[in-house]
Design a protein around this ligand. Structure first.
Ligand SMILES: Nc1ncnc2c1ncn2[C@@H]1O[C@H](COP(=O)(O)OP(=O)(O)OP(=O)(O)O)[C@@H](O)[C@H]1O
Ligand SMILES: [Mg+2]
Length: 256
């Protein structure tokens, strides 16, 4: 579905260059869920931006379904790290925005938006505006919008970061169900290793900046996964420990 071929990305400002991603190679299969984890500032969001077609790689190329990505890729739904709700629109109108762009009639898009809003636990807030919501509620509204968009590929940048433990589990379950029902391919950036192992078919550990892949671990836990209990299996623990061992090195090097 997605191929990252020898991709490097540097940002230039006057005479200085910041290398964010270096020589990355990666192939993501259709319907695969890939989690990307690594130290803050290492280049994870930059990688998603390139897959979405927002940034062009400095070297190498991103290929989506056999075509090089050269502009915004509309087959991809992207939930960015910074929430991008439109402040002048209610929760309902924000969530329904992709349907509006697609020309769906008002009554239908309101109905469908309200269903999703209920799924993400925001019932009663349909008429509220983004500045009336908490950080976690805004994240959930973005998640709802993303789900309603129903793109064949979802890029999620720390989508569950501001949520409490209970809500996180509910959202994990929802994400897995929707991804499976809609045959979605998912690339998920997270700082939560437990979350990565719970959700993903494959976890990629990135090095500190510039990001390269330090470790790639296939998570062969059976599906559908019980997001609450999967973490108690010994297979889970083995995956977790292996990944943590590598991640710890990246984190500690980061502090030298
Ligand atoms: N548009 C930009 N212009 C200049 N530098 C940028 C830009 N976007 C990212 N960078 C730089 O690239 C590096 C990687 O940033 P990126 O946002 O990809 O990190 P990240 O891994 O997503 O971090 P975090 O976990 O904190 O979100 C950083 O040093 C950042 O300053
Ligand atoms: Mg980021």
């Amino acid at each position: 579905m997605i191929r990252i071929e020898n991709v490097s990305k540097s940002f230039y400002k006057r005479d200085t260059a910041v290398d964010a991603v270096q020589n990355m190679n990666l192939t993501i299969e259709r319907r695969e869920i890939v989690a990307v984890i690594g130290p803050s500032g290492c280049g994870k969001s930059t990688l998603l931006n390139m897959i979405a077609g927002l940034y062009a790689p400095t070297r190498g190329r991103v290929v989506y379904k056999d075509a090089p990505v050269s502009g915004i890729n509309t087959d991809v739904g992207y939930m960015t790290q910074k929430d991008s709700l439109l402040p002048w629109r209610s929760v309902r109108d924000n969530v329904a925005f992709p349907l509006e762009l697609a020309g769906v009639a008002k009554a239908e898009r309101s109905d469908r938006a309200d269903q999703v809003i209920q799924h993400v636990g925001l019932r009663g807030f349909e008429e509220r505006y983004p500045n009336e919501l908490s950080g976690g509620m805004r994240k959930r509204a973005c998640l709802g919008r993303m789900m309603l968009y129903g793109a064949e590929t979802a890029l999620l940048d720390e989508p569950f970061a501001a949520l409490d433990a209970q809500l996180k589990l509910a959202m994990h379950d929802l994400m897995l169900r929707l991804a499976s029902e809609n045959d979605q391919t998912v690339v998920l950036v997270t700082h939560d290793l437990m979350e990565a192992v719970t959700l993903a078919d494959r976890v990629l550990v990135c090095t500190r900046r510039p990001a390269t892949i330090a470790l790639e671990q296939r998570i062969d836990l059976e599906r559908p996964r019980d997001v609450l209990n999967v973490r108690f299996s010994s297979a889970f623990k083995e995956h977790y420990d292996t990944l943590w061992e590598r991640l710890r090195v990246e984190y500690s090097e980061d502090r030298v």
